[in-house]
Structures are given as structure tokens and as C-alpha cells.
Write a protein that binds this ligand. Structure first.
Ligand code: PEP
Ligand code: MG
Length: 474
């Protein structure tokens, strides 16, 4: 608004001042390499367009849909169009471009709406009111199915709905296998609203608070007080359940306009996560002060991202000790993310010093397989169930347990139903998943036995490819 008002004072029209400011902000956001954050960039032009329509006095042209349930096929959907679908008669949607982390896909996941993206332009040729089967699990669209295929799909749909509502009913119960092994199921969150939903959805805590969300869409870093208030609100929302706060994970791939990083040829291999924070100690110190002040209000743990080397962990740990002494703050547990292969390989050395590990399978997969996690044509191969990734997780768990510590998984793999039995069998102690996935992950764990999972894990670790591992999945 400040930027818009400044332009209006320089005699630009309100509409022009508004639109040029929106365009500049959207361009800056779209350059962020993080799929989640870049996906959020799509909100800005969308909101901008809505305000512009009001400024211009135009009518609000909403998508008009037939008054019976439909599957929507679109070239693309704006985030606000997608958000409005959940309340209407749309059973699911298909877009011809898009990606699994595009904003429409993120919103669809939050609404539990089946969706298939990036299906190709041919789909736009379909006639209105063609009968189709949309399967979001397999990513397929069956055109003009016969009666038998329709019957099978309807039976599958019914079974899935029953399983989901059964899972919701038991979301508050612990995730204990049939042979009595408990796995902690906790939430990945980005802010206070997510924490409130997590607490109501059966989460036993927060396994990953991505604090970078507090730093986005602003022109300056949040103050210590602002950060403290958010962390305190989250701890309070979780009502005594533990909350793992991950320190700022930005860098070449997730730049912030107010943090100067020199241009890098390979931002994923550049100044990221803890590396960036240790090079800007005041930024980290301020965040640690806010977190440690909030620790007075409930059980907080601190986790450092992108740790590749013991010296980074030790520098971060020492800074926590200094800040804690300054504030006379309570003792908090400290852990690291295992998302760089060097940290997994050195897990025995780390395990002697840290309180816990949490495996970031999104990054661990990209660094182990040398496949950019956002690369559209590598998406099919960049699979966290690759035996190389599983071996690194197994090594981490073994090192943690030998030292009496625990290991969680907070990457997307933790909510993949095909992956859950393997992670359990490898000995992972905690799964941290998106809020809508909590109930079903807990229900799945309750349907398994640790013994079967261990046998499966052994076979997975001896497999040659991710595809072979997926074939083993029950
Ligand atoms: C990960 O890398 O798996 C992770 C959980 O962190 P992020 O997705 O925020 O990089
Ligand atoms: Mg990561």
C-alpha cells in the first residue's frame, strides 16, 4: 500500500499505481525457487486482479457452473477460483499445465479435493458433459468409461470415503501398530492457523514449523517481538504438545528481498539454511531470542536446517547457549535436519551431541540422487523411496538409537502411504506430515505390525531401484 500511495502522489492513476506494484511484487515472488513459496506467488496477481476490478467498477465475473456435480477441466485455475471450488458442486478438477506444487494443487490438497495437474492440452478438446473418471491417486482421467469401469470406480470411491471417515473418528487415538509399537504422528505447519487445525486433527505435536513463512511478503525482517508473539501463539495452540521450531531456512533458492545474497550459479548448493544464518549471526540471534522467550510458555525444541558439517551444528548450538544465558531461558532440546548426505553419513558423530534428528526427505532425495526437486521431467525419478535414500535414513536411525536419541521424518515421503511401512520398519520414531494427512497416517500405522514392516524394510534396503521398492509395498 505504501508503494501504491507513493505512486499516486506522483500523479499516477490509482489503477496504474496498483497494477504496476502488484506486477513487481509477483515477479519477485515467482523468482523464488522453492516450489511452495513460488506457488504462493500466484496469489498476488489473483488478488491484484480482484482489487483492480473493483477500482474499475467492473462486475465480478464468477465461473458459472451447472447445478449438478461436475469434474472441472481447465487450462489453469487461479488460486481463488480453486479455493471457491471446495464449497460448490465440483467433485475434482484437471488442469492441462500446472505442477504438483502449483498453488491450485496445494489448495486442492488442503480441501481434500481430487485433482490431476499437467495432463496435457488434449484434455481441453473434451466436449462438455462427457463422462469421465478422475483418479487423483493414480493421476489418471478415464474418458467415456464403460459401466464396469464406472462400477469399480464407484466402489473404490465408497471404500476410500469410508476409510477416511473412519480415520477421522480415531484421529485422537495414538498411532500404535497391531503389535504394540508406538509412532509419534505430528504436524508440519507454517503458522498459527495451521497449529490450531493441527491440534484439532489429532497431531501429537508439531514436527516442523517452517519459520520462513513469517519472513515472506514483507519488506523487512519481523522484529524479535513479532516473532516471539507468533511462536508463543503456536505453543499455546498446541496445549502442552511439543513444538519443533526450525530456524530460518532461506538462501539462494528462497531469497528474501531484504537479505543480501550474491548471485549464485547453483543456488541449491549455495548459501542456504544454517549456512546463511551463521554468516548473518544477528539474524539468527534475534530468531533464537524470540524462540527461547516463547519456550517459557510450553515445550519448544529447536531444529537447524541444511546442516552439512559438525562445525555448523556446534556454532549454532553455542549461539543457543549464549542467548539462553542472556535470557535466563529454560533448557530446550536441540536437533538437526538430516537433509544433506554428509550429515546422514556422519550421523554417529552428530548423534553424540544432538538431542534428535528429523530427516528432510525432500532435500535428502534431491542431494542424494542429484536431481533438482522441482525439475518437471525428473519428477518421476526423483523418488524418496530410492534404496540409496532409504539406506541413508536407516543409517541415521541406527546411529540415533545407538546413542539413545530419536529420529523423525518431516519430508513429503512421511505422508506417502506406500512409504509409511518402510519408514516404520527402518525404525523411524516420528512422522511429521501435513495437517490433512494426520488421521490417515495414524490409521495406516494402526493397521500394520512392526514385524512385517521390518521384513519389508529389509527387502527394500536390499533392492536396486525405487520402482522395485514401490512394488514391494503392501
Ligand atoms: C525437506 O527438505 O524434506 C524439508 C522438510 O524441508 P523443506 O521442504 O522446507 O526444504
Ligand atoms: Mg529441506
Amino acid at each position: 500500500l505504501d508503494a501504491v500511495l507513493a505512486k499516486i502522489e506522483k500523479k499516477q492513476s490509482a489503477a496504474q499505481a496498483w497494477q504496476s506494484t502488484i506486477d513487481a511484487r509477483a515477479n519477485a515472488m515467482a523468482k523464488l525457487n522453492d516450489p511452495l513459496l513460488a506457488g504462493r506467488a500466484a496469489v498476488i496477481p489473483d488478488v491484484g486482479y480482484r482489487v483492480l476490478r473493483l477500482l474499475m467498477g467492473s462486475d465480478d465475473q464468477r465461473v458459472s457452473l451447472p447445478d449438478h456435480p461436475v469434474i472441472l477441466i481447465a487450462e489453469d485455475l487461479s488460486p481463488s477460483d480453486t479455493a471457491s471450488l471446495g464449497r460448490g458442486k465440483v467433485l475434482g478438477f484437471v488442469t492441462s499445465p500446472g505442477g504438483p506444487t502449483a498453488h491450485s494443487a496445494i489448495i486442492a490438497r488442503a480441501l481434500s479435493l481430487p485433482a490431476v495437474v499437467s495432463i496435457g492440452e488434449g484434455v481441453l478438446e473434451l466436449e462438455n458433459l462427457t463422462t469421465v473418471i478422475l483418479n487423483g491417486s493414480t493421476g489418471t482421467l478415464t474418458i467415456e468409461p464403460d459401466a464396469a469401469a464406472l462400477g469399480t470406480a464407484q466402489a473404490q470411491q465408497q471404500a476410500l470415503q469410508t476409510a477416511m471417515s473412519d480415520a477421522q473418528k480415531t484421529a485422537g487415538q495414538p498411532a500404535t501398530t497391531r503389535d504394540g509399537h508406538h509412532v509419534e504422528v505430528v504436524a508440519n505447519i507454517g503458522g498459527v492457523a495451521d497449529a490450531e487445525k493441527a491440534a484439532a486433527s489429532g497431531a501429537e505435536g508439531v514436527g516442523l514449523l517452517r519459520t520462513e513463512f513469517l519472513f515472506l511478503e514483507r519488506t523487512t525482517a519481523p522484529t524479535e517481538q513479532e516473532q516471539f508473539e507468533v511462536y508463543r501463539a503456536i505453543v499455546r495452540a498446541m496445549e502442552g504438545r511439543p513444538v519443533i521450531v526450525r530456524t530460518l531456512d532461506i538462501g539462494g533458492d528462497k531469497p528474501l528481498p531484504y537479505i543480501d545474497v550474491a548471485p549464485e550459479a547453483n543456488p541449491f548448493l549455495g548459501e542456504r539454511g544454517i549456512r546463511l544464518c551463521l554468516n548473518r549471526p544477528e539474524l539468527l540471534r534475534k530468531q533464537l531470542r524470540a524462540i527461547l522467550r516463547a519456550a517459557e510458555f510450553g515445550p519448544l525444541r529447536i531444529m537447524f536446517p541444511m546442516v552439512a558439517d559438525l562445525s555448523e551444528w556446534r556454532a549454532a548450538r553455542d549461539m543457543v547457549a549464549e542467548v539462553r544465558a542472556e535470557l535466563n531461558a529454560p533448557q530446550v532440546e536441540l536437533g538437526i535436519m538430516i537433509e544433506v548426505p554428509s550429515a546422514a553419513l556422519m550421523a554417529d558423530a552428530f548423534a553424540k551431541e544432538v538431542d534428535f534428528f528429523s530427516v528432510g526427505t525432500n532435500d535428502l532425495t534431491q542431494y542424494t540422487l542429484a536431481m533438482d526437486r522441482m525439475h518437471p521431467s525428473l519428477a518421476g525419478k526423483s523418488d524418496g523411496l530410492h534404496p540409496a535414500v532409504l539406506r541413508l535414513i536407516a543409517r541415521t536411525v541406527e546411529a540415533a538409537h545407538a546413542a539413545g536419541k530419536w529420529t523423525g521424518v518431516c519430508g513429503e515421503l512421511g505422508a506417502d502411504p506406500q512409504a509409511v511401512p518402510f519408514l516404520l520398519g527402518i525404525g523411524v520414531d516420528e512422522l511429521s506430515v501435513s495437517v490433512p494427512a494426520i488421521a490417515s497416517v495414524k490409521a495406516q500405522i494402526r493397521s500394520l505390525t512392526l514385524e512385517d514392516a521390518q521384513q519389508l524394510a529389509e527387502r527394500a534396503l536390499a533392492s536396486g531401484t525405487a520402482a522395485e521398492v514401490r512394488k514391494l509395498s503392501p
